[in-house]
Design a protein around this ligand. Structure first.
Ligand code: SAM
Length: 561
C-alpha cells in the first residue's frame, strides 16, 4: 500500500476516534511506508486542510476524478502544491497522474485562497498557517499552593519581573522579552503563564509552592467546597495528588481563624502502589502531610463506609481513572481536520455561475498533534491512561467498561453514612463517562434511598456558577430515556446545567474535562445501601479494566530535577 493510502488511513482513523495523529501513526504496526514520512505528511496536510479543502472543492477535483477519496485528494494536493519534492510517486503512477492533470486548476484555486486571506505570497500564506497552529497553544496553569506561600510572595520571588495581563490570549505568542502572568477569574489562587515558560527549575516549584495543574483539574476540589459540610473528606482516587493538596489548601484556609487549626482530616486513597508513593511525596512536598492521611495501595471499593473511622466523612472527591480523552499535551496545538466535500456542487467559473454549498458539510474534526512531553510536565490528568483506540467498537467496549467502574465508585461514595457532598470528575470528553454516569448515579438505589441529588448551578461556589460551559442536555436526555420510567422525575435541563464541562484547547485554555457535584439534604436515613456489583474482588468488573492503570504514565512529582 502506498504512503498516500496509509496516510489517508491515519487521518480517517483520527477523525473517527478523535484520537491523536501521533498515536495513529506510531501505535499501529505493520505499515509499509516510513513512519516519519507518514507523520510529517499527515501533520502538514491536516495543518493545511482548511485551505486545501477549499481549493479541492472549488477546483471540482472530486467530481472530475471519482476514484479519489476526499482524504487521498487532500494528501495529494498537499504534496503537489506545497511539498518541496512534489508527489512522492512516479509521474506514471495512477494517483500522481490523477492530480497532476488538474495542476493548473488547483494552483489557480490556491492563489485565490491565498488572496482571500490577504497574503501576498505563498511564503506569507505558509506563515499564516504555521502561526494558526501556535495560536491554540495551551497556557501553563499554576496553582499557588497556599499551604506554603501566597500569590503576593510569588510575584516578588519566582515571578519577579512578570507583568499582569487580563487577556489569556496574550500568553499564546509572547514577544521575546514579554513575561506575562494571568490571574484566573474562576479559581482562587490560580495563575497562568506562557506554555514556553519553564518554572520547573525555580525554587518556588521545587519547594512545593507552585503546583502545575490545569485549570479544569482545579474545579473538583473547589466545587466540593469541603468547608460547607465541615467534617472529614475522602479523596477516593488520589494519586498523584493534585486534588488532594488542593483540598488540603481549601480546608486549611477555611479554618485559618481557628486557634488549633483544622479539625478535619483528608483520607487520600490510592489503589496503585507505585502511584501511592508519588502521592505521599507530593503531599509532603506541598506541606499537606499534617492534614492528609494516605491510604496507600488501598482500593476505595474495599473501604467500609460504616467503619468508625469514616463516621465523620461528609465530603468525597471522586476523580477515577478514565479514558483520558480530554488530555492535552503541554505544548500541544489543536488543529482541525477539514476534508473536502465529495458532493459539493461546483458550477465552473467558465459557465459564470455561482458556486453552491452542498447540504453535507465537509468533515471538520478537531484533532491534536502531540509532541513528546517530559514526565515532569505531566499534571494529574496527564497521568491518567489515554485510550487511543483506532477501532470504534473497541473504544465503545472500553467506554462501557470504564463507565461501569466509574458508576460503581460513585455509588459507593454515596453510601458513606455521614456524606453530604460529592464531586465526580473525569478528564474525558465522552458522554458515556460523564452525563451518562451522573444520570445513572442519580437513579441508583443508593441515591434514591439516601436522598442524593445534583448540586444545582445556583448552589455552586461563586467561581463555578459563573463558568459558562455546562453539561449537554441531549446527553442527559439520552441517559434518562435509556433508563425508562425510573428517569421520569429527573429534569434534564437542570441536571445538564449542574454539570460542568471544559473543552480541550478551546479559548479558555483548558483540557477537556467534566465535573458534577452531588448533595444530600436529608441525613435521617441510615440504611446503608451498598451498591450492587461491589464484588469480593472489589471492582465488580470481572477484570475487564485491570490493566488500565498499568498504562498510566508515571508522574515524577514536582521538584524532582
Ligand atoms: C485520574 S487519576 C487521579 C488523579 C488525581 N485525582 C489528581 O488530581 O492528582 C485516577 C487514580 O485513581 C486510581 N484508582 C483507580 N481505581 C481506584 C480504586 N478503586 N481505588 C483507589 N484508587 C483507584 C488510579 O490508580 C489513579 O491513580
Amino acid at each position: 500500500m502506498s504512503l498516500y493510502h496509509e496516510a489517508a488511513q491515519v487521518i480517517d482513523t483520527v477523525i473517527k476516534s478523535h484520537g491523536s495523529l501521533k498515536a495513529a501513526v506510531f501505535n499501529k504496526k505493520g505499515w509499509k511506508s516510513d513512519q516519519k514520512t507518514r507523520y510529517a505528511l499527515t501533520t502538514e496536510a491536516v495543518k493545511w486542510s482548511e485551505i486545501l479543502s477549499e481549493v479541492i472543492e472549488n477546483s471540482g477535483l472530486l467530481q472530475l476524478d471519482k476514484k479519489l477519496t476526499p482524504t487521498i485528494a487532500l494528501l495529494l494536493a498537499h504534496d503537489l502544491l506545497l511539498a518541496r519534492k512534489g508527489v512522492a510517486l512516479p509521474a506514471t503512477h495512477g494517483l500522481h497522474a490523477s492530480v497532476a492533470r488538474h495542476k493548473a486548476r488547483l494552483t489557480s484555486e490556491l492563489t485565490k485562497s491565498r488572496i482571500r486571506r490577504g497574503c501576498s505570497s505563498l511564503e506569507a500564506l505558509r506563515t499564516l498557517v504555521n502561526n494558526a497552529g501556535s495560536q491554540a497553544a495551551h497556557p501553563r496553569w499554576i496553582r499557588i499552593n497556599t499551604l506554603r506561600t501566597t500569590i503576593e510572595s510569588q510575584l516578588e520571588t519566582t515571578l519577579d519581573g512578570y507583568k499582569w495581563t487580563d487577556n489569556l490570549s496574550n500568553l499564546n505568542s509572547p514577544g521575546p522579552n514579554d513575561k506575562f502572568v494571568y490571574l484566573d477569574k474562576h479559581i482562587p489562587d490560580l495563575i497562568a503563564v506562557s506554555a514556553n515558560t519553564d518554572l520547573a527549575k525555580t525554587q518556588g516549584y521545587k519547594d512545593g509552592m507552585l503546583i502545575m495543574q490545569d485549570k479544569a483539574s482545579c474545579f473538583p476540589a473547589y466545587l466540593l467546597d469541603p468547608a460547607q459540610a465541615g467534617g472529614d473528606v475522602i479523596d477516593a482516587c488520589a494519586a498523584p495528588g493534585n486534588k488532594t493538596t488542593h483540598l488540603a489548601a481549601l480546608v486549611s484556609s477555611a479554618t485559618s481563624n481557628l486557634q488549633d487549626g483544622p479539625t478535619s482530616k483528608i483520607f487520600a486513597c490510592e489503589r496503585d502502589t507505585a502511584r501511592s508513593q508519588t502521592l505521599a511525596k507530593m503531599v509532603k512536598l506541598a506541606g499537606a502531610d499534617k492534614l492528609v492521611s494516605i491510604r496507600a495501595s488501598q482500593d476505595f471499593l474495599r473501604l467500609k463506609p460504616d467503619s468508625k473511622e469514616f463516621a465523620n466523612v461528609t465530603s468525597l472527591l471522586l476523580d477515577p481513572s478514565c479514558s483520558g480523552s480530554g488530555i492535552v499535551g503541554r505544548d500541544e496545538a489543536t488543529i482541525s481536520v477539514h476534508l473536502p466535500s465529495a458532493t459539493k456542487i461546483v458550477e465552473t467559473a467558465q459557465r459564470g455561475k455561482k458556486r453552491k454549498r452542498s447540504a453535507n458539510p465537509p468533515a471538520n474534526v478537531k484533532v491534536d498533534s502531540k509532541p513528546a512531553h517530559k514526565p515532569e510536565d505531566l499534571d494529574a490528568e496527564e497521568a491518567s491512561p489515554e485510550v487511543l483506540e483506532d477501532d470504534g467498537e473497541k473504544l465503545q467496549a472500553r467506554l462501557t467498561a470504564l463507565s461501569g467502574f466509574q458508576l460503581l465508585l460513585l455509588e459507593r461514595a454515596m453510601a458513606f453514612p455521614a456524606a453530604r457532598r460529592i464531586t465526580y470528575s473525569t478528564c474525558s470528553v465522552h458522554d458515556e463517562e460523564n452525563e451518562n454516569v451522573v444520570v445513572k448515579a442519580l437513579l441508583s438505589d443508593v441515591a434514591t434511598e439516601r436522598g442524593w441529588r445534583v448540586l444545582r448551578r445556583e448552589e455552586q461556589v461563586g467561581g463555578l456558577q459563573k463558568w459558562e460551559r455546562r453539561g449537554k442536555v441531549e446527553a442527559v436526555e439520552i441517559a434518562v430515556n435509556a433508563n425508562g420510567d425510573s428517569g421520569a422525575g429527573l429534569k434534564s435541563e437542570e441536571v445538564a446545567e449542574a454539570c460542568i464541562r471544559c473543552v480541550k484547547s478551546g479559548e479558555e485554555g483548558t483540557m477537556g474535562f467534566f465535573v458534577a457535584g452531588f448533595v444530600r439534604d436529608d441525613g435521617s436515613l441510615h440504611t446503608a445501601a451498598i451498591p450492587k456489583g461491589s464484588t469480593a474482588n472489589g471492582n465488580g468488573l470481572g477484570g475487564t479494566i485491570v490493566d488500565e492503570d498499568e498504562q498510566e504514565e508515571e508522574w515524577s512529582g514536582f521538584g524532582d530535577d
